[in-house]
Ligand binder design. Sequence first.
Ligand SMILES: Nc1ncnc2c1ncn2[C@@H]1O[C@H](COP(=O)(O)OP(=O)(O)OP(=O)(O)O)[C@@H](O)[C@H]1O
Length: 290
Amino acid sequence: MNRLDIDQLSVTYQNGVKALQHISLDISNGMFGLLGPNGAGKSTLMKTIMGLQRPRQGTITFNGEDAVENPAFLRRQTGFLPQDFGVYPKVSAYDLLQHLAILKGVNNARQRKTQILDLLAKVNLYDVRHKAVHTFSGGMKQRFGVAQTLLGHPQMIIVDEPTAGLDPEERNRFNILLNDISEEMIVILSTHLVEDVRNLCSRMAIIRQGTLLATGAPEDMITGLQGKVWTKVIPAAMLSAYREHYPIIGQQLISREMHISVYADHQPADFSAAVPTLEHVYFHTLCLSA
Ligand SMILES: Nc1ncnc2c1ncn2[C@@H]1O[C@H](COP(=O)(O)OP(=O)(O)OP(=O)(O)O)[C@@H](O)[C@H]1O
């Protein structure tokens, strides 16, 4: 079992932006979801774990080793799929993995070949291994990205909004792949998609403006809202009027009707009980901190 301990981590950029403030998290094998609005600090947290950004304060320990003082130790055991992988050179999937494997220190040629072919099969790109990566679809590129994170048998992989821009079928295929991988290692998934966290993650954190607002198991967090979420269909034009009177934690147009969900200890008049969802948890948590 792998363990990542983040304790009181703070990061301030040179321009004075406090991107992370006193973040503490304990993460072990399985998929861990990082949820937060734009600018929350998710990418900063991932870059800091990878040693690409030095914290102003706090510690990161990976399997007992200080990862701030010894970033090479963690990097050797971690794969990173950034939001933007950059431009792919005009070489085949096999050749590019070969190049990246050498950079990662997989020096034995026979082991390298076996590992690359296994990984290409795992991410379902074996049949197109001789095709140039720049000709791949978005989903294939992301699966290639996962293959490169897995070179060198890492103990943890970190993926930053990996399904952005993928069609539903590719997103599903990608999520199944991540789920499969997370049985043996830590997978940190940063995303805006609450649904992906609900479907995939055994634990999660919600951050905003560099601050940790909540952390726990999605299931437990949803149970915490049991009997406190109420719903009603309203004319769409009344939304702002309702917003003034109720803490709205969900709004959705279904067949052109506006369904709102509100948080309240007791049932408000004309509202009916709703089954809480992780989206309610997310917006309720953001509401509380606003
Ligand atoms: N290199 C930088 N220099 C200065 N400020 C930065 C830098 N990178 C990020 N920031 C700021 O730090 C804060 C956190 O940004 P970060 O990119 O970590 O958020 P995020 O949660 O990943 O956002 P998104 O979901 O939009 O990718 C933001 O206010 C951002 O403007």
